[in-house]
Design a binder for this molecule. Structure first.
Ligand code: FPP
Ligand code: K
Ligand code: ZN
Length: 478
């Protein structure tokens, strides 16, 4: 495919055009003398840019043409101008990369948390998610969200089901995804009004009804059993410090299970597929979003230093995860032979902190990921998105920012940390600390583009995690 060359505009010689397939010609060209002549007159920033382009001009691809390879080539063509230039006319940082457009994103996020016209009725069941994505994005940008405290508590008190758990809104059936988003939002909102609005005993019973005989969890009563359920359930159990004994009315008790964690690690283990990735349920295709759920679940049921190797083939998973980083795009795709998408900046990029707690570090390219986010995923009108040509939305804003945070910060799992919390049930996830910013070579983000640290497992601010857990550790009974 045609690759635009910014600093070396010479057309390929006719000889090259005739005998070398276009995809291979690119590499040939970057070695040409003309290019080095151009380097001589380039500024330092331009030279850095040329060096970067050299490294990305040869996409990783095989020669078999299929519908999939075609759409991949088209996507590459759409994205490259954003990596090479600045089609949005954004203000640039010292490295010539678009700055994080904070004001635009904040304005967009205020709309996300505002009122919606009637045509958004179909999003009604996703209200807890919209709140979570909006609030988490705001905290990543360093905003104080305490002004939303009362509204969050009120919204979720209505979405809470009398028999436990949260639905999308008043009168809706409870669902584990809504419950996860609700609990994270309430934890972020913080304060006794938010915390005390949660009917923890009923929620414990709801979670008990989701627990299955094979160790996993369904998303709703009679609903699908998948790894989202395994992750969402332990997030809620841990943050709210709920008892790990299954309630007496939990159907799984009839099959001999007594504890929420019975069979859970083994169930997650069965979700690892032949290629090393993790799928929604045993036997399915591996996907990055499910990799995060699987790793997150294992990092909650015990120290990742133990649980990861116990239940997963970590070298194979590491290989699969690193294969998700697209070149030259720099961002991640969610599954083999699919397209880069900004939301996988978190679903895959966020896996690394957990992986690195147990094994090899540094097998991902943090700066390439950040470049994809800053250069290709910022929407001119505000918010972040999947890729150029798509619209921004709350979901992609949240997970692009979480991915940017993952690239910029270093997280360490420290068994010896003692904050006086997380000593009891499911306490492993309270042993994480930030270890400063990434210190490797970085010619992508500047100080002004750094977003706040995000807890690597709960994906909300550290303080929100600790305060919530502490509150429920100090509370007697339900
Ligand atoms: C494929 O969509 C996407 C999935 C199969 C999984 C999506 C799940 C999540 C994003 C989050 C789950 C986590 C929790 C905590 C509930 P696609 O085919 O449109 O995208 P693709 O081509 O990129 O795979
Ligand atoms: K996608
Ligand atoms: Zn996406």
């Amino acid at each position: 495919m045609a690759v635009p060359l910014r600093f070396s505009a010479q057309a390929p010689s006719s000889r090259l055009t005739e005998i070398i397939p276009e995809s291979d010609r690119v590499e040939e060209l970057s070695d040409s003398d003309d290019e080095y002549e151009d380097m001589g007159t380039a500024t330092v920033e331009e030279q850095a840019h040329i060096a970067y382009l050299d490294s990305v001009r040869t996409p990783i691809r095989d020669t078999l043409e299929t519908e999939t390879s075609q759409v991949q080539d088209d996507t590459y063509g759409v994205i490259l101008p954003y990596l090479e230039g600045n089609p949005n006319d954004f203000s640039l940082n010292a490295f010539g990369v678009p700055k994080l457009q904070r004001e635009k994103h904040v304005a967009m996020l205020k709309m996300v948390l505002g009122d919606y016209p009637g045509k958004f009725a179909m999003m009604d069941a996703s209200r807890p998610w919209i709140l979570y994505w909006g609030l988490q994005s705001m905290t990543a940008l360093g905003l104080d969200i305490s002004g939303y405290q009362k509204r969050v508590a009120h919204t979720f008190s209505l979405a809470q089901h009398p028999e436990g758990g949260y639905g999308g809104g008043y009168g809706q059936l409870p669902h584990l995804a809504c419950t996860y988003a609700a609990v994270l939002s309430l934890a972020m909102a913080s304060g006794t009004e938010a915390y005390d609005s949660i009917h923890r005993r009923a929620l414990w019973h709801f979670l008990g009804r989701m627990k299955q005989a094979d160790g996993g969890f369904t998303m709703a009563e009679g609903g699908e059993e998948d790894i989202r359920g395994a992750f969402c359930a332990v997030v809620v159990l841990s943050l709210l410090n709920l008892p790990l004994d299954l309630p007496q009315d939990a159907p799984a008790r009839k099959h001999g299970l007594t504890n929420f964690t019975d069979g859970l690690g083994s169930w997650v283990s069965q979700c690892q597929s032949w290629d090393g990735g993790i799928s929604a349920a045993p036997g399915n295709e591996a996907h990055g979003a499910y990799a995060f759920c699987g790793l997150g679940c294992l990092a909650i049921i015990g120290p990742p230093t133990e649980t990861l190797h116990k239940y997963l083939d970590i070298p194979l998973l590491t290989h699969w995860l690193s294969s998700r980083q697209c070149s030259p795009e720099g961002g991640y795709n969610g599954r083999t032979n699919k397209l880069v998408d900004g939301c996988y900046s978190h679903w895959v990029g966020g896996c690394w902190a957990i992986i690195e707690a147990a094994t090899t570090t540094g097998v991902w390219n943090r700066t390439a990921l950040a470049r994809y986010i800053l250069a290709a995923c910022q929407e001119k009108k505000g918010g972040l998105k999947d890729k150029p040509g798509k619209h921004s939305d709350a979901y992609h804003t949240c997970y692009n920012l979480a991915g940017l945070s993952a690239a910029q910060h270093r997280y360490v799992y420290d068994e010896d940390i003692n904050r006086g919390i997380g000593m009891g049930n499911l306490g492993a996830a309270y042993h994480w600390k930030t270890d400063g910013l990434y210190e490797g070579k970085n010619e992508v983000w500047d100080d002004g583009d750094v977003v706040r640290a995000v807890h690597p497992v709960f994906v909300i601010p550290y303080m929100a995690v600790y305060e919530c857990r502490k509150y429920f550790e100090e509370k007697e009974g339900f």
